[in-house]
Design a protein around this ligand. Structure first.
Ligand SMILES: [Zn+2]
Length: 727
């Protein structure tokens, strides 16, 4: 017998059997009972052992007379015996521990057949291990099939405990073992599942067997926080569950509580020395189902979300926390400040946030309804940190202070996605930063609803609809930045959006994300310009193209050729009036006959503040006011002075501002035959405007005056946005 065989015998020594015999007796009579397998007691003997003595001794002690003898040389026997001697000295403790491992593997880890396999190999694959039957003849160690041998060996102990506790019969255990082996489920779990024993009885058996407390069922209501102490994969692989924890202590349930490596890993993960409890495989499976099931996880997420939302009503801070989460880092006070600044901007409906240097400090101003107002002073010496934070999130060069820079970032706030365009400008020794807040994504799915252009009269809307019904051509909206041009174009798109047509946009930036529309973003740094992007898009078979802005002749020419080849092109231009748009196009270099043949209509527009209907008060305008808004003669001025109009006051509803929201002012010019003729003649924009007014067009001034008379806005808004009518 080889040394390694002796080592394997050592590993198989069952001290719960050995300790029934005195060491003196073993050495005097040259035998060592090793273990019990399949009803046989395996005994190591030497050529000089008196086998009859051993047989009767073991029968007297165990009531078993089926023995299998393993014959070894005397030297080997001595080696094994001294090992037994060493280990039986402190055997009470050692014994339990060894048994624990064995038992556990028996019971609750039947699917982990590693240990079983090792044993099988030892007994079946090494024919050198001579086994002598009780009558002294040699025979193979495993007369049972390897499978049975392994299972029966592994399962013997827990089965025995359960039997000896009177909880199950031999036959029940035997049948359960077959099922356990077949399904790779531990015996204990099978017995519970088959209602042969209760879970409590299984736990009682385990406690008796292992001397370790079992998990209390109440401990299995694990909080999500505690559960997340260990990674899901780890929990599933090593069959452990974190049960209870504060920051300093941790209680862990383990299916294999003596798996020292796993315990070491838990310590490494958590930095805590866990108290270990025995967890049955049955309970473990129930918990995995309960906590790691995908549906359960999804539900928990929703519940968490609802809880968080509910919290946000209680605590103002949660609003910023949400933004913070999007902006990753939440530790820093600067981050909190920046997030608050941004979320405040969104909450108040601001379109821009200006962060600008003053003589001795930095101020933050918000533009709302077209009006800038100072909101706050930056904390002293914080400006650099705040500007740097904004540069970081918008991917700008933080070291660059002397050159203007552009960037962008996005956040999700109150479940809406907001995009921000941000740019810097060196001002003296300092830097000014402007953050443009772009509206959250909208759904364009409901294309069947009535087109609503805020501030447009019924007639205006009809005119726009008529323009839009042409199959090809160019429709332009014009006005300065912030006059609502893009919003109008999106409204037009929304009205014509349909599965049957292909709508593509080229924008800089994409101001509103729309469902069902292909939106592309230009990137001049990467060579993606309006013109190059448009040429690419034309190859994609579009029906309608929205070009964010016509800035140069190249884009204009591409737009014209798209219109000529059967596409509807929508775009914007920075001009003051509808008529001046035509002359601008020609000034840019477009051929007048191409402009007259492709242009369908122009919508010039502005936004004025909408009077708060709750607190406005009526009055008769003064002569000074009338002269600011009336272009006609004395008679018309007198007439206006007798017309009741409204002024703002301020109430709770409008935050004491007197105004609430904004209203569009439109000058809509369809390109009629007469105007086409004027374009071909190279007419001045004044002539074109006169012709348009002659055929019923309302100028911006007239449209805004109408809003004043209708009590929707004020004389001062008229002057602020359009300037006095007579300049
Ligand atoms: Zn009000």
């Amino acid at each position: 017998m080889t040394t390694s065989s002796i080592d394997k015998l050592k590993s198989k020594l069952d001290f719960s059997i050995i300790t029934n015999f005195s060491n003196e007796d073993l050495i005097a009579n040259l035998y060592i009972p090793v273990c019990e397998v399949s009803g046989y007691v395996y005994v190591v003997v030497t050529p000089n052992t008196h086998l009859d003595y051993v047989k009767s001794k073991i029968k007297d002690t165990f009531g078993i007379d089926s023995l299998k003898f393993a014959k070894v040389e005397e030297a080997e026997f001595n080696e094994l015996f001294s090992y037994v001697e060493q280990n039986t000295e402190q055997n009470t403790e050692k014994n339990t521990e060894k048994n624990d491992i064995l038992e556990l593997k028996d019971d609750d880890n039947a699917e982990n057949t590693d240990s079983g396999e090792i044993l099988l190999k030892y007994d079946s694959d090494e024919p050198d291990d001579v086994v002598i039957s009780e009558d002294g003849t040699e025979q193979d160690a495993d007369d049972a099939s390897p499978d049975d041998f392994g299972t029966k060996y592994l399962s013997k102990k827990i089965g025995e405990v359960i039997i000896s506790m009177g909880l199950a019969t031999n036959e029940q255990i035997f049948n359960a073992l077959i099922a356990a082996k077949r399904e790779h489920i531990p015996l204990g779990t099978i017995l519970v599942r088959q209602s042969i024993i209760t879970l409590d009885q299984l736990k009682m058996a385990l406690r008796a067997q292992l001397g370790i407390d079992t998990v209390d069922s109440e401990q299995l209501n694990i909080s999500e926080k505690v559960l997340s102490i260990l990674p899901e994969d780890f929990i599933k692989m090593y069959k452990v569950l974190p049960l209870v924890s504060d920051d300093r202590s941790l209680v862990v349930g383990m299916v294999n509580p003596n798996d020292k490596q796993t315990v070491a890993n838990i310590i490494a993960y958590t930095g805590m020395n866990p108290k270990i409890l025995v967890l049955t495989h049955y309970e473990f499976s129930m918990c995995v189902q309960k906590y790691f099931n995908e549906t359960t996880k999804a539900t928990n997420k929703i519940i968490k979300k609802i809880e968080r939302q509910a919290l946000s009503f209680d605590r103002e801070e949660t609003l910023f926390e949400q933004a913070q989460k999007e902006l990753k880092d939440d530790s820093n006070i600067v981050v909190k400040f920046v997030n608050k600044m941004i979320s405040d901007g969104i909450d108040m409906g601001a379109s821009d946030i200006h962060i600008e240097p003053r003589l001795d400090c930095y101020v933050v101003r918000y533009r709302k309804d077209g009006i800038l107002r100072v909101a706050l002073k930056l904390p002293e010496k914080s400006e650099l940190a705040i500007l740097t934070r904004l540069k970081v999130i918008s991917k700008m060069n933080i070291a660059e202070h002397r050159r203007p820079q552009d960037g962008s970032f996005s956040i999700t706030y109150k479940e809406k996605d907001y995009d921000f365009r941000i740019n810097t400008l060196p001002v003296g020794d300092a830097e000014k930063m402007v953050i443009r807040i772009l509206a959250p994504a909208v759904s364009m799915a409901t294309s069947k609803e009535e087109m609503v252009i805020v501030g447009a009269s019924k007639e205006d809307t009809e005119l726009i609809k008529k323009m839009e019904s042409v199959p090809n051509g160019i429709i332009l909206t014009t006005g300065p930045t912030g006059s609502g041009k893009t919003t109008t174009l999106y409204t037009l798109l929304k009205a014509i959006n349909d599965e049957k047509i292909n709508i593509t946009t080229i924008e800089d930036p994409i101001e509103i994300r729309i469902d069902g529309i292909n939106q592309s973003q230009i990137n001049t740094k990467a060579g993606i310009t309006f013109a190059s992007c448009m040429r690419a898009i034309l190859r994609q078979d579009p029906d309608v193209i929205l070009v964010g802005e016509i800035r140069d002749i190249e884009t204009l020419e591409t737009a014209i050729s798209a219109a000529l080849t059967g596409h509807l092109v929508l775009s914007t231009l920075h001009t003051n009036s509808a008529a001046s748009t035509i002359t601008r196009l020609i000034d840019m270099g477009a051929k007048d006959y191409l402009v007259s043949s492709t242009l369908v209509g122009i919508i010039a527009q502005r936004l004025v503040r909408n009077l708060c209907p709750h607190c406005r008060s009526q009055y008769y305008p003064t002569r000074e006011e009338a002269e600011l808004v009336i272009s006609g003669g004395e008679e018309e001025i007198q007439k206006f002075m007798k017309t009741p109009v409204y002024k703002p006051n301020g109430c709770e509803q409008c935050n004491y501002e007197g105004y609430k929201g904004r209203l569009g002012v439109y000058e809509i010019m369809p390109i009629t035959k007469e105007i086409k003729r004027l374009i071909a003649q190279g007419a001045h924009d004044i002539q074109i405007e006169e012709a348009a007014v002659g055929s019923g067009m309302n100028t911006l001034h007239q449209a805004c005056l109408k809003h004043i008379i209708e009590g929707k806005t004020t004389v001062s808004e008229f002057v602020r946005v359009l300037g006095p009518v007579k300049e």
